[in-house]
Structures are given as structure tokens and as C-alpha cells.
Design a protein around this ligand. Structure first.
Ligand code: MLT
Length: 404
């Protein structure tokens, strides 16, 4: 008899951003003349960098000749891109990550969800709360038990390590700069997590999709800046937010050769080998033209162009932060990350504030509780909008909150 993976029945009916899109579409259908400003899902709005566009054109043209044509590529990604990543994102910062340890993918979302395919179903999972919903949903699909480390105003959004008497989680997800709160951890705070993972044989899955938004000099860009991390951490990065690839799709996963897990028969297994084995079976690689586009992000012009787009978004974040602060709101994030974490007015919950801003200010946000129970009472705003929309959204929110 055909049966289901019934773990899927334990998921919430809709993925968070699908649920929001549904509510927004419903509102728009009933109010077709309203111009909504969308500061909900963290999707970029600026065009791709000219260097990326040129690389795409060149790569497309190559496909027109027998010599330039590419069919199936290496599942792990082309060496030209893995080498560019190793040289620019790691060695340039004094971090040892070799091209062999890098796996190109179609965006960090896929791999943060898929990576645990190679890990046992009975692993326990710790996530911060609030949290990017993919980590929770993808482990729920395996039926894993998940615990939450709250990140609140009271603890400065720094998750506490599990207590001595609590069972140690086998998998720990950390995302810094953080989605959704926009906050960061210092090197000391990250060192505590790495030390904990090493002492308890846990694996850290470190999502640094927003790394390129860091401007504070003391915030670590990679977990591998932290002593011992190469033995216990897998790192995920993305070109989506760094270079506007949300539609193009490209990211990468770093699996250091030192990360090993002991099998039930006592065999030490390198996770990099198992991940390669999984990918060669289930993944046929990111398109060649997309990998050439990603490589162009590291050219001198590409770097400059991408940097200026990031500065544009972070200027949006500063404008929004200032406007909300002037309303007397304590806004978090927005300094080293393109997200602002905004408390709802007293007596209003996340969905209540979301609905009010949708119906009265015509601004789409993300309700904080959608990221976990500790997100209740907040909404998240993205700084990825167009400048004029961000400014207009702040005026609309101000008018709405002042009851004008
Ligand atoms: C978000 O809004 O949290 C992100 O855009 C979602 C994602 O990167 O998949």
C-alpha cells in the first residue's frame, strides 16, 4: 500500500512566505487600485551588475559553437568558480578553505534544507528562535526533534548555550548576520558555540547568506575565523543577496575535510565525501552560464558594482531605521544586515501589526511570529526595496501609527 512521509503532515499548512503571498494576493484582489509597497520577503530589486550581465552574455554565446558548448558539468561546480570563491571569500581574509571543500549549488536555501539527508533521522536539532523557517521545516520532514534557543531583547538577541543538564543537540543551526532579526554575534560569542559543538560532538550548520552586509569591523565574516570551527562546522553562502541572484540561483556550501562523523560500526566518515556522493546522485550542477555569472562577481568591476548595490540597500536600511526611531520605536538590526526587526505597538501582536500595516499603510511586512514563538510582537522589514518605496513606506507607516 502506498504510504506518506507523514512527517509532512506535521508542517504548518503553508510555507511562511507562501502564506504571506496568499494573504497579500487576496488583499490586492479585493483592492485592485491600491499600490502596495512590498517590504516582506527579502527579495532584491536592483538589476544585476553590468559585469554579471556581460559574463552571462559571453557564456550564452559560447553555447552557440561546438567548442564552447557545455553539457553536464561537474556536480560539485566548475573549478573556475570554486577557485574564485576560495581565493576571494576565504584566502583573502586569511581563512584556509580549498576549492575542493566548496560545493556550488542553486542557492543556500536548497542546501540548508538538503544537507541533513546525509545525517541520521534520530539527530536532535537546535535552532535559534526566531529562525529562518527552512531549518525547522526541513528537519520536521525527517521527524527530528527540534528545540529552540530564544533570541530576545532581554538577552540582546544572543542565544544561550544549552544548560549542562540539557541533552546536547546533535545539529545546531546558526545564521549570522541573522535572518530575521538583523543582529550579529561577536567572535567571542561564536567561539562559545564552536567550543560547545566540539565538546559535545555536535555539528554546526552555519548560514552566512548575509555576510556581505557586514560593515562593523569586529563582526566575523565566516565561522572559519573561529578556532576549531573547521572540525565541526559546515558553512552556507549565497549569491542571492550578495549579488542579486535571487532569480538566477547560485550559492555554495563549504564542507571542510576535517568534519567527520563516526558510523554505527565505528568507521570515521568524512561528511564532504558523503555530501559529494549525495550531490552526484541527486544534483546535476548549477548551469554553466550561472556559474560564469557568479565568477564575474569577483572581477574588479564586479566587486565594485556589487559593493555599490549593497551600499544602496544599506542606505535604505539606515533611512528606515532613522524614520522608525524618530517615531519612538526601538528598532533592531539594519546595521550589518538588510533586515530591521521592529516591535509592534503595545497590545498588538505580529499578525495584528502585519494586517494593520497591510490594510491601513498598504505596506507588506513579515510577521515576526512566522519565524518562531520568540518573534511574537515583532515584524520584519527588508531593506531590499527601491529607495523611493522605502521612503514612501516610512511616511505611510508614520501616518498610520499617528492615526492620520
Ligand atoms: C527571507 O525573506 O527570509 C528570504 O528572502 C528567504 C530566502 O532567502 O529564501
Amino acid at each position: 500500500m502506498l504510504t506518506l512521509n507523514e512527517n509532512f503532515l506535521h508542517l504548518q499548512a503553508n510555507y511562511l512566505f507562501a502564506e504571506i503571498a496568499h494573504r497579500v494576493a487576496d488583499f490586492q484582489q479585493r483592492n485592485p487600485d491600491v499600490r502596495l509597497i512590498r517590504l516582506g520577503i527579502g527579495d532584491v530589486t536592483q538589476p544585476l551588475a553590468p559585469a554579471v550581465i556581460e559574463a552571462l552574455h559571453r557564456a550564452v554565446d559560447e553555447q552557440a559553437s561546438a567548442e564552447g558548448f557545455r553539457g553536464y558539468g561537474p556536480e560539485q561546480g566548475y573549478l573556475f568558480l570554486r577557485q574564485a570563491i576560495s581565493d576571494n571569500d576565504y584566502r583573502a581574509r586569511g581563512i584556509e578553505v580549498s576549492a575542493d571543500e566548496i560545493f556550488i549549488n542553486d542557492g543556500a536555501k536548497s542546501d540548508t534544507g538538503n544537507f541533513t539527508d546525509i545525517l541520521g533521522r534520530d539527530n536532535t536539532v537546535l535552532v535559534t528562535d526566531p529562525v529562518y523557517p527552512v531549518y525547522v521545516d526541513s528537519n520536521t520532514m525527517f521527524g527530528r526533534s527540534i528545540s529552540f534557543a530564544p533570541c530576545t531583547v532581554e538577552n540582546g538577541f544572543v542565544p544561550a548555550l544549552p544548560g549542562d543538564d540539557a541533552p546536547a543537540p546533535s545539529l545546531i543551526y546558526l545564521c549570522y548576520p541573522n535572518n530575521p532579526t538583523g543582529t550579529t554575534l561577536s567572535a567571542c560569542e561564536l567561539q562559545r558555540w564552536v567550543d560547545y559543538a566540539l565538546a559535545h560532538n555536535s555539528l554546526i550548520l552555519y548560514d552566512s547568506a548575509y555576510e556581505s552586509y557586514i560593515s562593523s569591523p569586529d563582526v566575523p565574516h565566516s565561522i572559519y575565523e573561529i578556532r576549531g570551527a573547521r572540525r565541526c562546522t559546515v558553512e552556507f553562502r549565497s549569491f542571492s543577496k550578495t549579488a542579486g541572484f535571487t532569480g538566477l540561483r547560485c550559492g555554495y556550501t563549504v564542507v571542510p575535510t576535517e568534519v567527520e562523523v563516526v558510523s554505527s560500526t565505528g568507521q570515521r566518515v568524512r561528511l564532504a565525501n558523503l555530501w559529494r556522493r549525495r550531490q552526484t546522485t541527486k544534483f546535476n550542477g548549477t548551469p554553466y552560464i550561472v556559474q560564469r555569472a557568479a565568477e564575474a562577481v569577483y572581477s574588479p568591476e564586479g566587486r565594485e558594482q556589487v559593493r555599490s548595490t549593497i551600499a544602496y540597500y544599506m542606505q535604505n536600511a539606515a533611512i528606515m531605521h532613522r524614520a522608525l526611531s524618530e517615531l519612538g520605536i526601538n528598532v533592531y538590526g539594519g546595521k550589518d544586515a538588510p533586515y530591521l526587526w521592529v516591535p509592534a505597538p503595545a497590545g498588538t501582536d505580529s499578525w495584528g501589526f502585519f494586517n494593520r500595516l497591510l490594510h491601513e499603510a498598504h505596506v507588506v511586512t513579515t510577521p515576526g511570529v512566522g519565524f518562531g514563538p520568540a518573534g511574537e510582537g515583532f515584524i520584519r522589514l527588508t531593506a531590499f526595496g527601491k529607495r523611493e518605496d522605502c521612503i514612501e513606506a516610512m511616511s505611510r507607516i508614520a501616518r498610520c501609527l499617528k492615526g492620520e
